[in-house]
Write a protein that binds this ligand. Structure first.
Ligand code: HMG
Ligand code: MG
Length: 302
């Protein structure tokens, strides 16, 4: 398999990035971040999630954020929906894609969505069917695909099992997620190989949190397998509320710098992307969690 010449980035910053912020981020700021990302050339943006506001208070303004976005043609706006209640609320906001999120670890499934892996699939089944009937694309996420904060290392067979279950219920595309960023290239490749038993190379994304600084290496390892979709987060924002200590997704800026440096097309304007990351980082009163963004921001100062 040769390295792809084009890569599609799904910026999950507004959702995965912001969901764990303790202080409320106003809907208008989230909307502005989405606008800046689409202006930077992002074609897929994970905007918010329709989950319990008691569990994830930061996403309670989901409908308001979706309503505030001035949609740009050609951009796909996705939202997380863990069950029919979430889907029914989400559908009013007209997402282009919904995301069901399961896990390869039983313990993480319980902590994150309060049910077993098997129960989660039964919750996702009607969601996937209803989405398809409404002409909405269906993506899935497989959390803890290499390691779990509660169970430790996760065998590739467990990933294959969830991939099979997701395929069975009509999930069209899956993100293989290293939720806590413990993966290293060969382990991540094994999780991808497991998923490739049920999904083809065009239907899989890499979703790497960067807790141990391995996310770029893992991205490169997946590029070598021909994987060309990646979930990344503007300014490296984020972390999962049910994965203590895990940091954000790999920064979109870092991945774009890597890809452009390798001559791989993304359609993204790195300067505008850096401005988007700077905007949200300024709001949060911190520096972007992106080596490339900070280097290029310093360089701008001359
Ligand atoms: P539950 O308690 O099992 O659900 O929660 P329930 O059906 O028994 O309902 C309990 C209460 O929640 C009821 O309200 C429901 O109405 C309400 P009450 O009567 O107590 O007032 N409820 C909802 N409210 C709004 N939206 C909904 C919804 N469903 C039920 N959709 C549930 C199950 C999944 C809802 C809950 O566990 C939850 O919200 N969990 C949060 C999960 C989450 O957002 N995690 C972070 C995102 S996943 C992630 O970050 C990983 C990813 O990035 C990939 C990776 O890196 O691994 C995707
Ligand atoms: Mg994540």
């Amino acid at each position: 398999m040769s390295i792809p010449s084009k890569v599609k980035i799904i910026d999950v910053g507004p959702r995965d990035g912001l969901q764990n912020e303790k202080e409320p981020v106003p809907a208008a700021v989230k909307v502005e971040l989405v606008h800046r990302l689409q202006d930077a050339g992002l074609k897929e943006i994970e905007v918010t999630s329709f989950v319990s506001p008691k569990w994830v208070p930061q996403m309670a303004d989901n409908a308001e954020v979706m309503a505030g976005i001035q949609r740009k043609p050609g951009v796909r706006y996705s939202v997380l929906t863990p069950n029919m209640k979430g889907f029914e609320a989400a559908v009013l906001s007209k997402p282009d894609e919904i995301v069901v999120f399961g896990a390869a670890s039983e313990a993480f499934s319980q902590k994150n969505i309060n049910c077993s892996i098997e129960e989660s699939i039964e919750r996702f089944r009607p969601v996937a069917a209803a989405a398809k009937a409404a002409g909405i694309a269906v993506r899935g996420a497989i959390s803890c695909a290499v390691g779990c904060p509660y169970e430790g290392e996760i065998a590739p067979e467990r990933v294959a099992l969830v991939a099979r279950l997701m395929k069975d219920i009509g999930v069209e595309h899956v993100g293989v997620a290293d939720t806590i960023g413990v993966g290293t290239p060969l382990k991540v490749q094994r999780a991808m190989d497991a998923t490739l038993q049920y999904y083809n190379v065009d239907e899989i994304s890499g979703h790497f949190h960067d807790t141990y600084g391995m996310a770029l290496a893992n991205t490169l390892a997946c590029l070598e397998m021909g994987i060309w979709h990646y979930d990344t987060s503007s300014a490296g924002l984020g972390g999962c509320p049910y994965a203590k200590g895990a940091t954000g997704n790999v920064a979109t800026e870092d991945v774009v710098y890597l890809l452009h440096g390798m001559g791989i097309e993304t359609g993204i304007d790195l300067d505008k992307l850096i401005d988007a990351g700077k905007f949200i980082s300024d709001f949060l009163q911190r520096k972007p969690h992106s080596r490339a963004a900070n280097a290029l921001l310093t360089k701008r100062l001359g």
